[in-house]
Write a protein that binds this ligand. Structure first.
Ligand code: PRP
Ligand code: URA
Length: 208
C-alpha cells in the first residue's frame, strides 16, 4: 500500500499481541503502549534529515550529524497520550501539541473539543499519535487542523489500523505517511477494529 509502513519487527509484533489480549490489565497495557511507541518512534524517525556540525571530542575535532528539522509531537486526545512519553524519550527537544477529538457514538464522525499546537508547527516535522486508526475520521480531521496551521511534514503513527482508516487518510491526505504497528482485517458494525484491542482510551486509563 502507498506510503503505509507496517511494522515487521518481532518485538513490536510480540508486544502488540500482548496489548490485544483482553486479560492485559491497565498497568500492563500502558507499559506495552509505551514500549511499542518507543520502538515505532525509532522506525518512523529513521529517515529524518541530518545536518553536519563540528563536534569537539576529547581526542580532537570531528563532523557530527544532527537532526535538521525540529519535531512536534501531537497526540490525539485522549488515547494518543499513551504514546507521548516514549516519543519524548527519543526526541526530548520536541514540542508537544494536543488535539482533542472524540467519535460521536452514532455517526462515528469526530467532534473537536481542543486544539493547541506549537506556534512554529509549520516549520516542524509533525508526528501525529493515536493508538487506533479505525474509520480514519479522527486522524483525517486532526491532519486537517495541523495543515491549516501551515505544517507540510506530517507523519501519522498508529499502533493498530483498519484498512478503511488507511484508505480515508490516503484519500484526504495523500501526502501523509502512515506508520502502523499492525494492519488489521476490518471494522465491525460499530466502527471498532477487528480483531483490534477494544477501546484504547478506556484500556489505557481504566475507564472500562
Ligand atoms: C478513539 C481512538 C481514535 C479514534 C479512532 O478515540 O483513540 O482517536 O477513536 O477512530 P476513527 O478512526 O474512527 O476516528 P475515541 O473517539 O474513542 O476517544 P478517546 O480517545 O477519548 O477515548
Ligand atoms: N477506537 C478504539 O479505541 N478502538 C477501536 O477499535 C476503534 C476506535
Amino acid at each position: 500500500m502507498r506510503n503505509v509502513y507496517v511494522m515487521d519487527h518481532p518485538l513490536i509484533m510480540h508486544k502488540i499481541s500482548m496489548l490485544r489480549d483482553k486479560n492485559t490489565d491497565t498497568k500492563e497495557f500502558r507499559k506495552l503502549a509505551y514500549e511499542i511507541a518507543l520502538l515505532m518512534g525509532y522506525e518512523c524517525t529513521r529517515d529524518l534529515t541530518l545536518i553536519e556540525q563540528a563536534v569537539e571530542t576529547p581526542m580532537g575535532e570531528t563532523v557530527g550529524k544532527f537532526i535538521d528539522k525540529q519535531v512536534a509531537i501531537v497526540p490525539i486526545l485522549r488515547a494518543g497520550l499513551g504514546m507521548v512519553d516514549a516519543m519524548l524519550e527519543l526526541v526530548p527537544a520536541a514540542k508537544v501539541g494536543h488535539i482533542g477529538l472524540y467519535r460521536d457514538h452514532d455517526t462515528l464522525e469526530p467532534v473537536e473539543y481542543y486544539c493547541k499546537l506549537p506556534t512554529d508547527v509549520e516549520e516542524r516535522q509533525v508526528l501525529l499519535l493515536d493508538p487506533m486508526l479505525a474509520t480514519g475520521g479522527s486522524a483525517a480531521a486532526a491532519i486537517g487542523f495541523i495543515k491549516k496551521r501551515g505544517a507540510t511534514n506530517i507523519r501519522l503513527v498508529n499502533l493498530i489500523a483498519a484498512p478503511e482508516g488507511v484508505a480515508r487518510v490516503h484519500e484526504e491526505h495523500p501526502d501523509v505517511d502512515i506508520y502502523v504497528g499492525a494492519l488489521d482485517e476490518k471494522l465491525n458494525e460499530h466502527g471498532y477494529i477487528v480483531p483490534g484491542l477494544g477501546d484504547a482510551g478506556d484500556r489505557l486509563f481504566g475507564t472500562l
